[in-house]
Ligand binder design. Structure first.
Ligand code: MTE
Length: 279
């Protein structure tokens, strides 16, 4: 599951039809979702709420130059050029299941580095308890941000121990290729044991804070989307069951796994918590 990088990134960002022809599987034996599906079936509301339209709408999104501010309750706040992060931290391949709260899932071979590396660099102070992430706000390039229904920019958050967990990465690529705009280029969060909406795309700000951040989804529908959003077949969405999911590329539905199959690695983070209440 945490194989070191076996492929080099290349710059062929525009090739969308490179399918997974090898027998690559995750640690549960399930095949990687093909590249075409990962690159063309997207949730990125800043472009469109239509998953099949996001790729086309995002193709001219300007992802370079790109700066990320890391600050808040840290000893060494900093502004980073994304290309410097790519050389500063070794890029590894991480094959993770991505389970959307809507009930579909994929297996994605990400490239990236643990968020903890960046956190160690800025050194959170004693008061830091949460990490707050923010997507670029640019309603010209991101026309969905003109939709007044949501509170833009997209914001997400993690508890500091969740953010420091080795499974939590900042992704920079997929299938050994540079991340495409529709997948959250140039830098997006990936937290594989949580519903996909926690994995915020195209990040420009990361702040260490002492209060639990309020995400875009918590503001939009607080009774439907909680702060934790751990994948859990025992805690249903108020409007649909979370028992099963449709793996993209498969016909039937499969059972949803507690913490998306990562319980062994993460359940200690929630040992004393009521997961129905902290949904
Ligand atoms: N990040 C931003 N900024 N805007 C979004 O609309 N959608 C989320 C998440 N990150 C979203 C986002 C949701 S609901 C999911 S399931 C994943 O991105 C989808 O990632 P993918 O398109 O790379 O599969």
């Amino acid at each position: 599951m945490m194989a070191a990088c076996s492929r080099q990134s290349d710059s062929t960002d525009t090739i969308l039809d490179v399918d997974n022809t090898s027998a690559d599987v995750d640690e549960l034996g399930d095949s990687w979702t093909n590249y075409t599906s990962i690159a063309n079936y997207n949730n990125f509301y800043e472009f469109s709420v239509n998953k099949e339209r996001v790729a086309a709408m995002a193709q001219d999104f300007k992802i370079s130059p790109w700066e990320i501010d890391v600050g808040g309750l840290v000893k060494n706040p900093g502004r980073y050029q994304v290309e410097n992060l790519l050389t500063k931290f070794d890029q590894e391949e991480r094959v993770y299941r991505l389970r959307c709260v809507e009930g579909w899932s994929m297996v994605v071979p990400w490239m990236g580095f643990p968020l903890k590396r960046l956190l160690d660099e800025v050194e959170p102070t004693m008061n830091a308890q949460y990490v707050r992430f923010e997507t670029l706000y640019d309603p010209v390039q991101l026309p969905g941000q003109n939709d007044g229904w949501y509170s833009w920019p997209y914001v997400e958050g993690l508890r500091l121990d969740e953010a420091s967990h080795d499974l939590t990465i900042l992704a920079t690529g997929i299938y050994g290729r540079t991340l495409l705009p529709q997948n959250g280029a140039p830098l997006r969060l990936v937290v594989p044991w949580k519903y996909g909406f926690k994995s915020i795309k195209s990040i420009v700000r990361i702040d260490l804070v002492d209060q639990q951040p309020v995400s875009l989804w918590m503001k939009a529908a607080p009774n439907e989307y909680g702060f934790y959003a751990n994948v859990n077949p025992n805690v249903h969405h108020p409007r649909w069951s979370q028992d099963t999911e449709r793996r993209i590329g498969e016909l039937g539905r499969r059972d949803t796994l507690l913490f998306n199959g990562y319980a062994e690695q993460v359940d200690h983070l929630y040992s004393n918590m009521d997961l129905q209440y902290n949904f």
